[in-house]
Design a protein around this ligand. Structure first.
Ligand SMILES: CC(C)(COP(=O)(O)OP(=O)(O)OC[C@H]1O[C@@H](n2cnc3c(N)ncnc32)[C@H](O)[C@@H]1OP(=O)(O)O)[C@@H](O)C(=O)NCCC(=O)NCCS
Length: 155
């Protein structure tokens, strides 16, 4: 198993994995174009050249970044791969001097296990609310806003 930053050859598999769950309404779709645009933000886990998991860290503002597009293939779930990717993304954030990282998710318990706490949507920038409202307007369930304060994090 290999944990690394994404290569261009991963883009199509990242897109397929994310869109597999997007089809189930669990996360946002990603176009291949946006995957290439954001490729530098992605961490991946592969096994025998097959993509098992991906996650992106999107820098939002001086003190804030978002975990996006975290997905673990069904065959890889429950093996700690999601945890590994979040931990790498948080290390990246710390390395860049970012103090807070958030995620919008239906997987609240997973993020709690990783040290995040639920936060009111209003505590996040307005751009996020707008994305959420568009998501709800399309008939999707409300997500939980999860936040970790890296300045106060002991990990
Ligand atoms: C959510 C997801 C990323 C979790 O990945 P995973 O690799 O299976 O999770 P891990 O094995 O790393 O689990 C880490 C911890 O979270 C817990 N956990 C994981 N999923 C959980 C869930 N659905 N409910 C409660 N706890 C959960 C694990 O028990 C583990 O706890 P521990 O380390 O204290 O023992 C994965 O299930 C997934 O890709 N789901 C579909 C796509 C999706 O919903 N993505 C999230 C969009 S924001």
């Amino acid at each position: 198993m290999e944990v690394r930053k994404a290569h261009v050859r991963d883009a199509k598999s990242i897109c397929e994995l994310v869109n597999h769950y997007a089809e189930q309404g669990l996360m946002l779709h990603r176009s291949l174009e946006s995957t290439y645009d954001c490729l530098r933000e992605f961490w991946v886990i592969t096994e025998d050249d097959t993509l098992l998991a991906c996650a992106a860290l999107d820098v939002f503002w001086a003190d804030l970044a978002e975990i996006r597009s975290i997905a673990v293939a069904e065959a890889g779930q429950g093996r700690g791969l999601g945890r590994i990717l979040i931990e790498h993304a948080l290390e990246d954030a710390k390395g860049m001097g970012i103090s807070r990282v958030f995620a919008m998710t239906y997987e609240k318990e997973f993020f709690i296990r990783l040290g995040f706490c639920e936060t009111p949507l209003q505590s996040l920038p307005e751009k996020i609310w707008r994305e959420c409202l568009e998501w709800y307007d399309k008939g999707h369930r409300h997500e939980s806003a999860m936040l970790i304060d890296l300045a106060g994090d002991a990990t």
